[in-house]
Write a protein that binds this ligand. Structure first.
Ligand code: PEP
Length: 257
């Protein structure tokens, strides 16, 4: 199965009208060169509409960083419904990022509910899973990933993964500069794919699994070379056009299509 590479930039809580416009303008100049790669930018919610307008005549796609788990509008102060994200032009939404899990108490179950809410709004969830350093050290990486994945499979069914993206983001590698080695990343990606293949081999084979955690211009090519690595979810390096474009170029060169 030829899986199209995907590189998504998670801007987290960064940006301003001026900075966003400059970043998007630089990305647009080059994005057309990376035709084997789907490129997504995920700005803070308040900028989705303006960034979406700037992306309009480009191949770049818009994604959100989070959504509420409800499927219908209501009294949820400060929250954002999936349908609202779709209406402002989002195609993707990140679900279960480790910062949401660690800082805002997001559980596996809540992540599963958000995954379902995203799909109900016709958004493609980018489901993040990953172990902490302690969990890696005590040998529970696989059981943690199984648990995180199982919560979504149980709530949404394996078929839901036909229209989703998975991101392996070891918590110890996010924003730390300590990336997983290409071998570590590939081993976990293969494990995740095999777990899904136990339920449905075709869906597992077609699912894109991104690596995230300190991906930079100088390590992207090695990480993306893994047979089960289909691109990256990029934090810090997504804020600098040259760095993000270099990562997109690495994906383009690694493209198996
Ligand atoms: C992330 O937050 O999803 C991430 C991968 O961040 P960074 O690239 O900065 O490690």
């Amino acid at each position: 199965m030829q899986r199209r590479y995907l590189v998504a930039g998670n801007w987290k809580m960064n940006g301003s009208y001026g900075a966003n416009a400059a970043l998007i303008a630089s990305l647009k100049q080059r994005a057309g060169e990376y035709d084997a790669v789907e490129i997504v930018v995920c700005p803070p919610a308040v900028y989705l509409e303006s960034v979406g307008r700037e992306l309009a005549d480009s191949p770049l796609l818009l994604g959100a960083q989070d959504l509420n788990e409800q499927a219908t509008p209501g009294a949820f102060t400060g929250e954002i419904l999936g349908a609202m994200l779709a209406e402002v032009g989002c195609r993707y939404v990140i679900v279960g990022h480790s910062e949401r899990r660690a800082l805002y108490g997001e559980t596996d179950l809540r992540g599963a509910e958000k995954f379902a809410a995203a799909q109900a709004a016709r958004l493609i969830p980018i489901l993040c899973v990953g172990e902490t350093l302690e969990e890696r050290k005590n040998g529970s990486t696989e059981s943690v990933l199984q648990r995180q994945l199982e919560a979504v499979i149980e709530a949404c069914g394996i078929a839901a993964f036909a229209n989703a993206v998975l991101a392996y983001e070891p918590v110890w590698a996010i924003g730390t500069g300590h990336t997983a080695s290409p071998e570590q990343a590939q081993a976990v990606h293969a494990f995740l794919r095999s777990e899904l293949a136990k339920r449905d081999a075709i869906i597992a084979d077609s699912l894109r699994i991104l690596y995230g955690g300190s991906v930079k211009a100088d390590n992207a090519a090695q990480l993306f070379a893994g047979a089960d690595v289909d691109g990256g979810l990029i934090g810090g390096a997504a804020l600098k056009a040259a760095d993000f474009l270099a990562i997109c170029l690495a994906a383009q060169k690694s493209s198996r299509s």
